[in-house]
Design a binder for this molecule. Structure first.
Ligand code: HEC
Length: 81
C-alpha cells in the first residue's frame, strides 16, 4: 500500500513492471553490494536522483519488509534474468 501511496512505481520496477528512471527493486535486498542497509540509507535521505520522501521510521521498516518479501518470492523472475 505504501508503494502505491508514494507512487514508487513511477520510477521503479518490481517483477519487471513499472518505471525505468530508477533501478529494478525486486532483488535489491539480495544483490551483492546492495542489501538492507543500503536500501535503508536511500529511503532515509533520498539521493540526487531519487526524492527524499521524509519517510517515518515505521514506513522505512515496512518498505524493507516488503522488499525482503518480494526478493524472497521472486523465484521465476530470478531464473528468467
Ligand atoms: C523520481 C523517481 C523515483 C521515485 C518516485 C522513487 N525512486 Fe527510488 N530511486 C530512484 C533512483 C534514480 C534511484 C537510484 C539512486 C541514484 O542513482 O541516485 C533509486 C534508488 C532506490 C533504491 C535502491 C535500489 C537499488 O537497487 O539500488 C531503493 C530501495 C528505492 N529507490 C526505493 C524507493 C521506494 C520504496 C520509493 C517509493 C517511496 C522510491 N524509491 C521512489 C528514483 C526514484
Amino acid at each position: 500500500m505504501l508503494f502505491q501511496k508514494y507512487n514508487c512505481t513511477a520510477c521503479h520496477q518490481l517483477y519487471g513492471l513499472g518505471g525505468y528512471l530508477g533501478p529494478e527493486l525486486t532483488t535489491t535486498i539480495s544483490q551483492p553490494g546492495k542489501g538492507e542497509l543500503f536500501a535503508r540509507a536511500i529511503l532515509k535521505t533520498g539521493t540526487q536522483r531519487m526524492p527524499d520522501f521524509k519517510l517515518r521510521d515505521e514506513e522505512i521498516d515496512a518498505f524493507i519488509e516488503f522488499l525482503k518479501y518480494v526478493d524472497a518470492t521472486a523465484i521465476t523472475y530470478k531464473t528468467k534474468n
